[in-house]
Each structure stands twice: as C-alpha cells, then as structure tokens.
Design a protein around this ligand. Sequence first.
Ligand code: NAP
Length: 293
Amino acid sequence: MTSQPAAASIPVNRFTPKAPAAARVIETRRLTPAHSANDVRHLVLDLGDQDLPYLEGQSVGVLTPGTDELGRPFKLRLYSVASPRGGDLPGRRTVSLCVKRVVMPRAEGGEHRGPASNYLCDLSEGDEVLLTGPVGKVFLLPDSPGINLIMIATGTGIAPFRAFYRAFDLACAPRPAHQELFFGVQYRQDVLYADELEAYGRQSGVKVSLAISREEQTAEGRRMYVQDRIREAGDRLWSLLTQSETHVYVCGLKGMEEGVREAFRAIARHHGADWDPFETRMAQERRFHVETY
Ligand code: NAP
C-alpha cells in the first residue's frame, strides 16, 4: 500500500487574490518552433524571498491585469506547476509554468484570445506577475518509494509530469520502480520538453510513448491519440494496474478522459475484469488521479 503526503504538510493558499505574491519573469522560452501554430512557452518566475512553497502536482493562480469588455477584472487562472518543489534553479525560489497561447476563431467571426495565456506568453524577462496559491491536493505524488507510475498527458497537460520527473532526478521525491508516460501532441515538432523527454525515456525503468495525432494513424486510419498507445501497451499496463503500488495520473484535455477510460475498459475486458469498479477502487485508494480542463 502507498501513502499520501500528510495533509498538514501540503501547502495551500499562502497567497490570495487580495494578497498575491509578486514574482518576476527570469526566463521565457518557446518550446515549439517559431513557425508552429502552437505557441507554447516555459516560464520561470522568481519568487524572491517570498515563501510560496509547492509540491509537484499543485497549481498556482495567475492574476491577469486589466478588465474584460464588460469592465470586470479578469478571472484568476490556474496553471499546473511545471517545476519540482525546489524550483528549476538551484539556490533560488522559483516556480515554472507551461503555457499555450489560446487563440480560437469565434463562430461570429474574429478570434478569441485567452487573456491569461496571451498575457503570460507576451511577458518579457524582468516583468512582474502576481501569483496566488498554491492549490491542489488531488494530483500529488505518494511519498512512498517503489510505486509504479502511469502518466497520461495531452499538450500542456505534460506540466505536472515534468515536475514529477525532475523531482525524481533531484531526489526530492522517491524514484518509482517503474514509470510509463503517454504523451499526445499534434505534430512531432510540438513535442514539449522534447530533449528532456528523450533523456528521461532512456532512464532504466522508464517508458515514454508518444502519440503524434496529425502525423501518425491508428490501424483504422484515425488520428493517433494517447488512448491508442495505451491499448497497444495493454498487457504491460494490466500487469502494472493489478499491483497495489500503481498510480495513474491523467492530465490535459477534458476530451481525452472518456477515450482513456474506454482504452482501460478494453484492456480490463481482455483480461476478464470489469474496469469501472476497478477504477472506483483505485480512486478510493487515491491511486487514480485526473486533472483535465
Ligand atoms: P492540444 O494541443 O489541443 O492537443 C494535444 C493533443 O491531444 C493533440 O494531439 C490532440 O489531437 C489530442 N487530442 C485532441 N482530442 C483528444 C481526445 N479526445 N482524446 C485524446 N487526445 C486528444 O492540447 P493543449 O491545447 O495543449 O491543451 C491541453 C489541455 O491541458 C488544455 O485543456 C489545458 O487547459 C489543460 N491543462 C493545462 C495545464 C497547464 O498547466 N498549462 C495543466 C493541466 C491541464 P488533435 O488536435 O490532432 O485532434
């Protein structure tokens, strides 16, 4: 059996919208090529001497300056922390975020530009950002050694998993016995943290499976999604899922949830089991974690 961090050791809401932390951008790096339609950035924010502790799997809130077209302040937006608890830079208090610029065509013409994501993606080094949090208790890593980890991400949903693997490398969280990462992006050029993931996938006990939806196809000729890679790995995953030390984490697009669940149902069926009660039990034991938007 695995154990969760004690509730008292989980930091929450040290900073609030009325009393936020003022962080400074010390790095803003585009993770996708300049010609890609997907503009995704890695931001490193310096907290100075402000004590905003966080654990991998938590989120921080971003306060976007200004008001919407009706004069209301922009809503607080939560972003998963993409750095391990000690931050990305030794000796400095930082928190890193992985942000995709949201630009969507509107049905009535023109486009919707997500206020928070565009604000964050347009920041320059030296700019100030107001942060709240940290928040989140459901996506935390257990603090027991020897677990198996199955991580499933689409797009910027990779953020918490980057925090996880960096935490294992820096030994701020116990290294799992076995790690599986399934990661879906549209194009190979858009694989976020590609260099890191390549090195991570070469570690022993780690398997990284990519689903490049617009360049790879399933046998039926559909876009390749993470759930298709999960089905392919069915036997391997089932032997992990039937162990009581295995934790599943799903992060990214809301739409992936049902597809992932269907893939697990098919794997369980193939092994003569019924997935839904199996997942319910895992969730009750806090071994099935979902964070989708
Ligand atoms: P995206 O680029 O739109 O999509 C990533 C991949 O998922 C693409 O290959 C896409 O394929 C595929 N996909 C689309 N529908 C799918 C489905 N039903 N099942 C499985 N795969 C599917 O992703 P994104 O814009 O980065 O969005 C990531 C999501 O994560 C957002 O909803 C965001 O709010 C959420 N999130 C972000 C953070 C953060 O800290 N930034 C943290 C947690 C969650 P096609 O487009 O080719 O169909």
